[in-house]
Design a protein around this ligand. Sequence first.
Ligand code: ADP
Length: 468
Amino acid sequence: MFKRILIANRGEIALRIIRACKTLDIETVCVYSTADRGAPWLEQADHSVCIGAAPSPQSYLRIDRIIAAAEVTHADAIHPGYGFLSENAHFAEVCRDSGFEFIGPSPEAMALLGDKVSCKKMARQVGTPVFPGTEDAIEDIDDAVKVADEIGYPVIVKATAGGGGRGMRVARDEAQLRAGIESARQEAAAAFGNGAVYIEKFLEHARHFEVQTLGDKHGNAVHLYERDCSSQRRHQKLIEEAPAPGVDPAKRRAVCERAAALIASAKYSGAATVEFLMDAAQNFYMLEVNTRVQVEHPVTEMITGLDIVCEMIKVSAGLPLSVKQSDISVNGHAIECRINAEDPDRGFMPQAGLIETFVAPGGPGVRLDTHARAGYRIPANYDSMIGKLIVHGPTRDIAIARMKVALAEFKIGPMRTSIALHRRLMDHPDFANATFDIHYVERYLKAAAEAESKVQSEGESKLEGARA
Ligand code: ADP
């Protein structure tokens, strides 16, 4: 087992990894930027090293400085967390070449599953359901038009190197497809240095269904069932839950097994999430594979009782997975709300500054994964997520009831956070009845904004009437 792990990340996930290391009796080293000097999670680390200035390209993305920090502190492994360098195969390779174990897949497995076209090819071979569309990156636009005619419009043009929703265009007819391929190529070339694009069928109404998997270096791979992450805004997940409500048990088992088969065939070690869209008839189509720990991993931990971060560390050290598929069962229901410091009245603008009030919720089945507290100053340089509130209950209804209580107790100020929005979403009939799709939050926000402006303009005209 490792003696000392360097954590190449910050915030709640750095703290989560420190906690896992402590339970395994492993020392931790945190690297941090000048913006994070004195940050709460650093107090929990055994060692910490400043690696540069606040902007992440000068610190959390500096491979050379992270490796240097690992060398001077005699770390033997590096955990990348999520975001930053976690899905950078070059970083994984540099770690390995410098003599540090990268806590994640091999660079080869990461590259294979990280590229959308090669991943989709492999998925087809092992029978993981994928979207109908082009087999390879598009060479000739006329060929793409033929494929679109076969599968039917609408279709979506996507970058093979895609990420963060960039390089995607929906096309509803041939003219839009031709224009979309051109503009997606340009956007992808600028964003990823790779302009290759492909097309697939576009689903208008879908739910986001993702399967948590784990693999080890001995050829074992298991799934930890699924999460539903349909509550999204601008492709960013807001609420995640496990299991996915209302899914046919046989279809669910089949897709979970195919997800595990995919990572097994990639000789994958570590945690991976195979993401799907699910249509109204409960057909599944793979979106992509995330080759790292996910923000929403706690909901899976709550229903399976497994510690995903500990498993990642152990399999990296060469141990076999601690569980077989037959050992893994689902207990109850878990929901996570992402707590973002954002102002919903100003376009969800990130909120930086000093937290003065911080009252944490508690009670049965409540888990709070956060690095924030009263007196913590949120820097303006990073993601606006300051924590995750997770609840577990024997049923989905009880989990929702517990979440409502926890959200009502949770007070953060003076900045605005997503807590108020979560309280409204918990009461939304589409959430409560699980009749949602990935666009319901945006439809709700649009309707709420329109209702608000109507009230305002009516108020103004009344005021004018009174003056007249
Ligand atoms: P990225 O890696 O850029 O995040 P994804 O392939 O994960 O790209 O897609 C991002 C989002 O775009 C998905 O979560 C989904 O909302 C939407 N999307 C992608 N492909 C399709 C599709 N074929 N049909 C409908 N929506 C899609």
